[in-house]
Each structure stands twice: as structure tokens, then as C-alpha cells.
Design a protein around this ligand. Structure first.
Ligand code: ADP
Ligand code: MG
Length: 325
């Protein structure tokens, strides 16, 4: 099983940031409201994710490390309308096959915590008692220690950490309800406090994109016929170019030509050479969109593409038109 897991790991686990992604998405799926991320040496020494989510019952710990053990998809129907991030059931097994992984967890019902780790070439899972508050901690130590080719492929600690930081930014903007911390080599680097109001959200936006965008951001919020677009646009007269272009569909970041086109067209009359910043979230019936064409490519396909395009365009145009009044 270790070899099969290592092969699967090649697809899921490219670098420390992909480990962080898989683990944080699990914490979000588990309903955590606080997620702490500790990194050492760009993630090659340690990636530790702590959450206050539901926890994993003792008798499911071993299963969580086994391949294709997902608790999240029960039928094909589920697959089609998938809203939870994880559904492949192989992230933990894959990561565990290319690192020294320990999983420590306590559910609300259990009075004590348990820790699981896989050992030996057969990756037999051991479960021992541990101390932990409600929720889970996953420690990933010495990533790729047993796959030297992959380990050599890692860039500098700084570069690998930057990938983690960038990934967290885009999650922080769409999960403003979650308290995130990120530390590197024992030093706290990011602290995103939960944002429950527009003002608090703008503070988070300023942390991610800088003040030039956040200080003059234009709010967007329009619900029409099953399509809901919310978020912020950078003021078209703001001189500062910002590297902040995020569009989410049902909570997932997408890079989509149709979406880009609509956003560009909305800004076009303002004559911007640089694309102004934006953070936009579109929600719609999950049956109206195919996501996850490839998990890493952020592509989507809208069933009513033209309609979605025109909706985005019109909402943004009218938000920008109000500035002229
Ligand atoms: P998937 O997320 O695709 O189901 P994973 O390998 O990422 O597969 O996780 C396996 C299972 O372990 C999950 O289905 C879930 O039941 C459990 N799990 C993993 N991480 C956590 C967590 N932080 N909190 C609660 N349960 C978790
Ligand atoms: Mg998962």
C-alpha cells in the first residue's frame, strides 16, 4: 500500500503548500472556526495544522489514514453537487506515505484524545492515547524524506513558505469567518482575525492586498434569479496597481476566461491599463456549474455561460456607474 500511496502522492502532494491546502480544507470541512498553521523550514521540516473542528472518533482514526476512505461522499449524486472540498479520500494516506505524519484528535463526545501514525513498509496504523483539546492536529514531519527526487525538487525555504502564504491569502478572503494564524520558524507571520462585519472584512482585505485597495474599495452585492455576486472592486481612480484578483465560485477560486472578460469589460470605460483589483464571490446552484475539471487548474464551466457573463458585467457596471453620480 505504501507504493500505491506514494504514486497517488505524486498527484496530490507537489510541495508543502499542497499539503497545507489539503489539511486546511479538511479542517474547514470539519467545521473548524480556528485554524493554526505552523511551518518550519518552508514546510520541509514541519507542517502542523491545528483546528477546533469536529475531531475524528478514535475508531475512525486508522481509517482516515487509509486510501479512499472518505467520510464525505456517499453517492454519485453527492459527487455531482459536491460542495465540501475533500472528496477523493486520499490526501491523508498520500501525505502520510511521503512524510512522518501523526494525527491527533478528540471529538466532543470523547473524554480523551488519540493519536494515530502509520509505520513500516506496510504502513500499519498505530493508535495511542494523547492529550488534545476538541479538534485535530496533524503534524507532517520531514516531507519527502523517503522520496529524494521530490525533496530535491523543493525550492528555498523562503519560496516554499511564500507559496503557503499566497495560498492562505486566497482562502482568508473567502473564509472571513475563520480565525487563521500562520507562523514560520516560531515567528507569527499572519494573524487573520474573524471578520463579521464589512469593516472587519476590509481590514482583512488590507492585510492581504494592502491599503490602497481596501481604503477605497467599492462594495458589490447583488442577488438576482439564483445568482449572487458579492465582494469588492478597487476604485478605478486609485493610482496604485495591486496584485489582487480573486474570483470565487461557490467558495472556490477560479481562473476563468469568461469571468475575466466580464470583469475587464466592466472596467474598460474607465480606461485602465492595469487591471484594477477585485475580490468577488459568485454563488449559484451547484448544478449550474461544473467545477474541478482539474483540481489544480481552477477551471469552471457554467451551464448558462452567456447568462452568467452578462450578470457579472451588469452588476459591476452598475456598481461603477454609481461612482459617477
Ligand atoms: P477527504 O478529505 O477527501 O475525505 P482525506 O484523506 O483528506 O480525504 O481525509 C480522510 C478523512 O479523514 C476525511 O474524510 C475525514 O473524515 C477525516 N479528517 C481528515 N482531517 C480531518 C480534520 N481536520 N478534522 C476532522 N476529520 C478529518
Ligand atoms: Mg481532504
Amino acid at each position: 500500500p505504501q507504493l500505491a500511496n506514494q504514486i497517488a502522492a505524486g498527484e496530490v502532494v507537489e510541495r508543502p503548500a499542497s499539503v497545507v491546502k489539503e489539511l486546511v480544507e479538511n479542517s474547514l470541512d470539519a467545521g473548524a472556526s480556528r485554524i493554526d498553521i505552523e511551518i518550519e523550514k518552508g514546510g520541509s521540516k514541519l507542517i502542523r495544522i491545528r483546528d477546533n473542528g469536529s475531531g475524528i472518533p478514535k475508531d475512525e482514526l486508522a481509517l482516515a489514514l487509509a486510501r479512499h476512505a472518505t467520510s464525505k461522499v456517499h453517492s454519485l449524486e453527492d459527487l455531482e453537487a459536491i460542495l465540501s472540498f475533500g472528496f477523493r479520500g486520499e490526501a491523508l494516506a498520500s501525505i502520510s506515505s511521503v512524510s512522518r505524519l501523526t494525527l491527533t484528535s478528540r471529538t466532543a463526545e470523547q473524554s480523551e484524545a488519540w493519536q494515530a501514525y502509520a509505520e513500516g513498509s506496510e504502513m500499519a496504523v498505530k493508535v495511542i492515547p494523547a492529550a488534545h483539546p476538541r479538534g485535530s492536529s496533524i503534524d507532517v514531519v520531514d516531507l519527502f524524506f523517503n522520496t529524494p527526487a521530490r525533496r530535491r525538487f523543493l525550492k528555498s525555504d523562503k519560496t516554499e513558505f511564500t507559496h503557503i502564504d499566497e495560498w492562505l491569502k486566497r482562502i482568508a478572503l473567502v473564509r472571513a469567518d475563520i480565525h487563521f494564524t500562520l507562523s514560520h520558524n516560531g515567528k507569527l507571520v499572519r494573524q487573520y482575525r474573524p471578520a463579521n462585519s464589512d469593516n472587519q472584512y476590509l481590514q482583512r482585505l488590507a492585510q492581504v492586498s494592502g491599503k490602497p485597495f481596501a481604503d477605497q474599495a467599492i462594495k458589490v452585492d447583488c442577488l438576482h434569479d439564483g445568482l449572487h455576486l458579492t465582494g469588492y472592486l478597487q476604485h478605478p481612480h486609485s493610482q496604485q496597481a495591486v496584485d489582487c484578483h480573486y474570483f470565487y465560485v461557490n467558495g472556490r477560486l477560479v481562473r476563468d476566461r469568461l469571468v475575466n472578460h466580464a470583469v475587464r469589460q466592466a472596467f474598460a470605460p474607465h480606461g485602465e491599463a492595469e487591471q484594477p483589483g477585485y475580490v468577488l464571490m459568485l454563488s449559484l446552484d451547484p448544478h449550474q456549474v461544473d467545477v474541478n475539471v482539474h483540481p489544480a487548474k481552477h477551471e469552471v464551466r457554467f451551464h448558462q455561460a452567456r447568462y452568467v457573463h452578462d450578470f457579472i458585467l451588469q452588476v459591476l457596471q452598475s456598481a461603477l456607474a454609481q461612482l459617477q453620480e
